[in-house]
Design a protein around this ligand. Sequence first.
Ligand SMILES: Nc1ncnc2c1ncn2[C@@H]1O[C@H](COP(=O)(O)OP(=O)(O)OP(=O)(O)O)[C@@H](O)[C@H]1O
Length: 306
Amino acid sequence: MSQAPVVRLQNVTKVIGKRTIIDRVSFEVQPGEVFGFLGPNGSGKTTTIRMIVGLMGLTEGDIQIAGHSVRKEFPKAIIHVGAIVENPEMYKFLTGYQNLLHYARMNPSITKERIQEVIELVGLQGRIHDKVKKYSLGMRQRLGVAQAVMHRPKLLVLDEPTNGLDPAGIRELRDYLRRLAQDEGTAVLVSSHLLSEMELMCDRVAILQKGQIIDVRSIRGQTVDKAASEEVQFDVDHPDAALGILEGQGSGKIVDGLLTLSVDRTGIAALNRRLVEAGINVYGIRVKTKSLEDQFLEMTGSETIG
Ligand SMILES: Nc1ncnc2c1ncn2[C@@H]1O[C@H](COP(=O)(O)OP(=O)(O)OP(=O)(O)O)[C@@H](O)[C@H]1O
């Protein structure tokens, strides 16, 4: 991608006592991208996020936000960030609108028009004049996001935003985060321990395990049921010879007497044709679909993800 990243982590490391909690974590989030930070409980998501938003120092490495190092130019970096890391502080006896007005007063660049715009962005227009104490958790969170993005930050950071939300609330969260990314070009970083939610919400995810990034991948449009990759097994009369014939066609191997390859659907017919033309008898072809969930479990071992 040619755009400059909104946030760039380079070899971020955090050591507490003698323990390395975060170990050389590197990734970038682009403008307009919803980026998921996925990992089992205790893998280090919150710690990383706390370092991004300046609630905790780094032991090694650097984090740049809009090109400014949080270590060297923290005030210049942090003005580009909107975040909900702990529960957003709201005045429960004031209305949603009064709360937004209160925070807007601290920043003269926020106009009444902008307040209206963020209210519509998070879909709170029908309830914005109700007292916050009457709000559901999902509505409080929308108000928190509205407040966090009023000053048009380049980066929005949300730690476990789906916690406690029902499926409808999660869908709404997804919709307004996407809107924010698309309409305002905001880079959105969300953490979660639930792959199924990340798949619906994010363009890419980084998978964190025991303080290390073990994978970063695109997932836009994929769901748990759709294959991210497929393993194809050919039942043939001479597996070794078949393996030789298909050399160079991906990582072929023989498993339980079956020729096994990773290939996408369109490649299966072509491989079959090559085998038959080379005189190999093919008795069966089986496609073993691996969902992202399977792959995530494979990568993170037996640790639970939700
Ligand atoms: N201040 C601290 N002192 C010592 N250990 C800490 C501290 N903060 C976090 N840890 C440890 O670092 C590891 C990562 O914690 P962190 O809260 O970042 O994980 P997480 O992925 O956000 O998990 P969860 O989803 O459960 O919050 C955990 O083992 C935790 O016990």
